[in-house]
Design a protein around this ligand. Structure first.
Ligand SMILES: Cc1ncc(C[n+]2csc(CCOP(=O)(O)OP(=O)(O)O)c2C)c(N)n1
Ligand SMILES: CC(=O)[C@@H](O)[C@H](O)COP(=O)(O)O
Ligand SMILES: [Mg+2]
Length: 632
């Protein structure tokens, strides 16, 4: 197996799979070989592109069994988050392009309705599969169709509010739905909360391991009605035992399992049985994240999603450090060591946010609430009502889930929660569901809320310190994925004046107001404009809200044109607030803006996407030049 430039040699069986029909046509005894070929291909292809290797290695048998028994696109498969959808893509005609996944112009890393008729529902944010599947089942019933709807959701997806909201609705919404709980005990990091414990108790309970064995034998032998009797018999005879069907059956889902999620034959026979059931069912399967690749099974957290790696040992190149995330985790842990009021809250992402540093060093003030951003925001509000200083670390894109709580619980009650929005800007390889380029738009209208972005790492620590000390209102900071320009933070952070920007350089012709991560592009623009003989002022606004009105108006009045630059969509972004400010003060100086257009930005390499969409010095110069010629 080699990854050739431009072409990718597939193993023999997999090369024959041009669609789900070919999975059905394979002799059953070949299916196990197909699974191994899929694993081999994933390990090698993703070593070149990066991606969500661990989750996909864990669902190989599951996905082969699904396509063996059901018929997409007529039957509908939904994958929660759909980061584990690569095998599904390989079995639906995309095996020969799997090596392009998450690369510019290549396959998207999640399911996408526009990518294939077999991708009935796109995703990227957790907790959507059951609700959307329920809607599809309801629509099917209304139309009198009889296809199957199958929702695959991981154990951590069940910690997500929308999943539980869907569960509450199942019994009233449809008589036919298949849910697969893919339980590998991991979220990105270890799964947390009562549900995780409940599922784990089941897997490890001695009685259940024998039931699981009997269940698998039983389903293996007969299937059909007797399976149901067996399940009920077990239920009756297992008083006081933690039996998840109590939980699921109260929600109207007939529970089956747990069964071995890597036993292909058992999965196929079980799905053949579940197909015949005229009631909502949930199949609980036990899988191993990273199955078949030792580096991944021994480090599920790292191999949940990663960049390129060496196949032989799973080693990865050292990332540019320190990243903003690392600086964040280190800084608030150090602050918290001196301030017992500081707490740290994450929604299932201690690794990505680097709150794992806080977890390690101050565990009793660290809280991982699961994939539950809405709850995390409310939980943080609770902390703030008792004089604590909660730092709520949620990626910009996932913070979208908590807008209502930020508005009506945090800001309306003026509770000093600190919102730390990592991935504020492009999340390159993950694409449109993960780019954090809307938070200014969704927060700008919220009264009482302070919002800021640092131009470099040193200012980042100053801003975090300022937030730690600011108890008068909620505050928010956005910062990009990865490293900044490499400025070393001062030994002692300084507290910043809220709402005050800084003049980095004076000038008379153009006032460039560059927000946060656009600083390097701004410097390049200044250099090129000065080389053309123009006088350029460079302003670092620091605060998105409140704006430094006095500073911005001073330069707008002094210069011929204002240029704003932001790693955010233009619609209702930072530049919009500058336009509003000038208009409110009858300052007619033209304002030109650099930022993302009014569209969803594809996955790709950040540099290329910026050039493609004009977040460049050259485009900036083209915007302001007409105002300089006219006046000269
Ligand atoms: C709303 C939201 N929050 C956080 C994430 C980040 N995230 C992606 S996958 C994942 C864990 C999913 O765990 P599970 O559902 O058990 O699937 P597995 O990876 O174990 O197969 C998380 C937290 C997300 N995609 N969406
Ligand atoms: C699938 C998902 O939502 C996460 O795994 C996400 O891809 C993590 O993003 P980072 O790699 O930027 O932490
Ligand atoms: Mg999981």
């Amino acid at each position: 197996m080699t990854t050739k430039s431009g072409s990718f040699e597939l193993p023999e069986l997999l090369s024959q799979i041009k669609g789900p029909g070919d999975v059905k046509a394979l002799p059953e005894e070949k299916l196990t070989d197909l699974c191994e070929e899929i694993r081999h291909t994933l390990i090698h292809a993703l070593s070149q592109t990066g991606g969500h290797l661990g989750p996909n290695l864990g669902v190989v048998e599951l996905t082969v069994a699904l396509h063996r028994v059901f018929d997409t696109p007529e039957d509908k498969f939904l994958f929660d988050v759909s980061h584990q959808g690569y095998v599904h893509k390989m079995l639906t005609g995309r095996a020969d392009t799997i090596h392009t996944i998450r690369t510019p112009g290549g396959l998207n890393g999640f399911l996408l309705r526009t990518e294939s008729e077999h991708d009935c529902y796109g995703a990227g944010h957790a907790g959507t599969a059951l609700s959307a599947a329920l809607g599809m089942a309801s629509a099917r019933d209304l139309k009198g169709d009889d296809n199957h709807v199958v929702a695959v959701a991981g154990d951590a997806a069940f910690t997500c509010g929308p999943t539980l909201e869907a569960m509450n609705n199942v019994s009233e919404a449809t008589d036919k739905l298949i849910v697969v709980l893919n339980d590998n005990e991991w979220s990105i990091d270890r799964n947390v909360g009562a549900l995780a414990k409940y599922f784990n108790a089941l897997q490890t309970h001695p009685t259940f391991s024998s039931i699981r064995h009997k269940a698998s034998e039983f389903v293996g032998k007969v299937g059909g009605e007797s399976v149901r009797k067996f399940a009920h018999k077990v239920e009756r005879n297992t008083k006081n035992l933690i039996f998840p069907n109590v939980l699921f059956e109260k929600f109207g889902l007939r529970y089956y399992g747990p069964i071995d999620g890597h036993d292909l034959g058992l999965l196929i026979r079980t799905f053949e049985h579940l197909k015949t059931q005229d009631e909502p069912v949930i199949l609980h399967i036990i899988t191993e994240k990273g199955r078949g690749y030792k580096p991944a099974t021994s480090n599920p957290g790292k191999f949940h999603g990663l960049g390129t790696y060496k196949v032989e040992d799973g080693s990865t190149a050292a990332a540019a450090t320190p990243t903003y995330s690392e600086l964040f985790g280190r800084a608030i842990t150090d602050f918290a060591k001196k301030d017992p009021k500081i707490t740290a809250i994450t929604a299932a992402m201690p690794g990505g946010t680097k709150l794992e540093i806080f977890k390690e060093e101050i565990p009793d003030r660290y809280f991982d609430v699961g994939i539950a951003e809405e709850h995390a925001a409310l939980f943080a509000c609770g902390h703030a009502t008792h004089g604590l200083r909660p730092f709520l670390a949620i990626y910009s894109t996932f913070m979208q889930r908590a807008i209502d709580m930020i508005m009506h619980d945090m800001a309306l009650q003026n509770l000093p929660v600190r919102l730390c929005m990592d991935r504020g800007g492009l999340s390159g390889d993950d694409g449109p569901t993960h780019h954090g380029i809307f938070d200014i738009a969704y927060l700008r209208g919220v009264p009482n809320l302070i919002h800021m972005q640092p131009k470099d790492e040193d200012e980042f620590i100053d801003m975090l310190w300022t937030m730690a000390l600011h108890d008068d209102s909620p505050s928010a900071i956005r910062y990009p994925r990865g490293a900044g320009i490499g400025t070393t933070p001062k030994a002692e952070p300084q507290q910043l004046a809220i709402g005050k920007g800084e003049v980095l350089q004076d000038g008379q012709d153009i006032a460039i107001i560059s927000l946060g991560h656009m600083y390097a592009t701004a410097l390049e623009t200044v250099e090129k404009l000065e080389a053309l003989g123009h006088s350029v002022a460079l302003i670092n606004p620091r605060f998105i809200k409140p704006l430094d009105a006095e500073l911005i108006l001073e330069y707008a009045r002094k210069c011929k044109v204002v240029l704003t630059m932001e790693d955010h969509v233009l619609n209702n972004g930072f530049g919009t607030s500058v336009i509003e400010l000038l208009s409110n003060h009858d300052v007619a100086t033209p304002v030109k803006r650099i930022g993302w257009p009014d569209e969803f930005i594809d996955h790709g390499k950040e540099e290329q996407l910026r050039i493609q969409h004009g977040l460049t010095a050259d485009h900036a110069i083209s915007l302001v030049t007409p105002y300089l010629k006219a006046s000269s």
